[in-house]
Design a protein around this ligand. Sequence first.
Ligand code: SAH
Ligand code: SF4
Ligand code: F3S
Length: 442
Amino acid sequence: MKVFIRTYGCQMNERDSEALAAKLLQAGHTLAASEEEADALLFNTCSVRDAAERKAKGKISHMHKLKKRNPDLIIGVAGCMAQRLGDRLLEELPDVDFVLGTGQLHTVCDILAEIEAERKRIVSTEESFDVLTEMGAHLATGSWHGEIAITRGCNRFCSYCIVPYVRGREISRDKEDILREAREMVGRGVREILLLGQNVAAYGLGGNTNPPEPGNSPFGELIEALNEIPELRRIRFTSPYVSYFNDRLIRALKDSPKCCRNIHLPLQSGSNRILKAMNRQYTRESYLDKVAELRAALPGVTFSTDVIVGFPGEDDDDFKLTRDVMNEVGFEQSFIFKYSPRPGARSAALEDSVPDAIKEERNQILLGDLRDRVRKKLARLVGSTVEVLAEGVSARNAERWVGRTDTNYVVHFPPVPGVRPGDLVKVRIEQSNVVSVVGKIV
Ligand code: SAH
Ligand code: SF4
Ligand code: F3S
C-alpha cells in the first residue's frame, strides 16, 4: 500500500511518525508523497491545545472528497487526539476507518492488513509497554541529525496538561538499547543526536515524581556515555523539568563538551501563585537560582522556554512577574501559548477567566520583548568567530548554507567546496538579522 503520513504536534510525534514510516517500509508498504496518490492516509495527531485538535479534524474532514473518488481509501487517526477521543472520533468523522492510540502505534501494519482483508472500523487505544521498544525503528535517511525517544509518557500531571492522559505513564528505555541505537545512527553518518522525552531528565528514575537525590542522575550518566561516541559531534535534549538539574546532572553537562550549551527550560509562569495552581513544583526563586547555577557551570549557555499566558486567575501582577523573569533570564527563544482548557486535565474545572483579548495582548507583549532581546543578542555576535554545525542549503536562500552554533544561534554562510552537512566549521559573523546571523567560513 502507498501510505501518506501527516504529523501534528511536538517532536515526539515527529519521531513517532518516523518510526511509523520505518515500520510500514519494513512491512513492504511505500510512502506516498501526497494525499492524492495514497491508498491509506495516516494522521498522527496532537491534543495539547484545542486549536491543535481543531486543525487536525478540519484537515481530516477535507479528505471526504478523496474518499468519494476512491471508496477504498483507508483513513486512520493516530497519536494523542486518537488516544483522547477514541471511538468518539468515528462518530465525529464518518470517513475515518481506524483510530490508533499512542500505546498501539506499533500495530499499524496489522491494522491496515485487517482493514484491507475485511472492511471494518477499528479503535485500538489500550496502553501497551511494547510501544517503547517497538517504536525505536528509524528511517535510514543518511541525515546528519537523529532523534531518540529515551522516555515515553509523563507522570507529572501539570494541572493544565493533557499529555499524561494521552501518553500514559512515564517509562524509560534501557540504557544499552539507547547507546546501541546511537552508535548505529552515528555509523550511518548522524553527527547530532536529539534526546526526546516529555520530562527527559527524569530518565531512569523509575517514574518517581520526586526530583532525584543529590548525586543521582541516570540522565546525566547517559549523556556522559553518549559523549564518548567518537564520531558524534553534538548532543541535544528536550524537554527537561527544572527541578531535575541536580549536582550530578550539572556535572555531567559540564564534563560532556558535546552536549550543547543551550537548554530548553520550560518556565510556564513567573508567578508563584500561578505555578502552584499549575502544579509546577518550583518557584520563581528556585528557577532563577537554577539558571544561575547552570550559567556558572556552563559559561555562555543559552536558554529557551515555554510560557502559558492567561492561565485561570492570572492577573496583571502575575503576568508582570512572568515578564520580569523572562527578561531577567534573557531567553534566546520562547514559545508562548495562550491557555487552552483541556477536558480531562485538572485545570479544566477552573473557570477560563482570562478573556481571549487579554491572552492575546499578553502574548504580543512577550513576543515583542523576545524580538527586541534577540535582535540585540544577534547584533553582539557580529565580529566574532563561532563554531557551526553545517546543516545544508538554506530553505530561504539557495545560495547560502545554514547551520547552528551549540548555543542554538542560526548562522547562514556561503558554502565552500568540501564542506558536507554534519561538519563543524568556523564562521566569522559579518551581519545580524532579525532571527539569524550571516558570515563566512574562515
Ligand atoms: N513536556 C513538556 C511540554 C509538553 S507540551 C514540558 O513539560 O516541558 C508543550 C507546551 O505546551 C508546554 O510546555 C506548555 O507551555 C504548553 N501547554 C501545555 N498544555 C497547554 C494548555 N492546556 N494550554 C496552553 N498551553 C499548553
Ligand atoms: Fe505536561 Fe507537565 Fe508532563 Fe510537561 S511535565 S508533559 S507540561 S504534565
Ligand atoms: Fe501534542 Fe501529544 Fe506532543 S498532545 S504536544 S503531540 S505529546
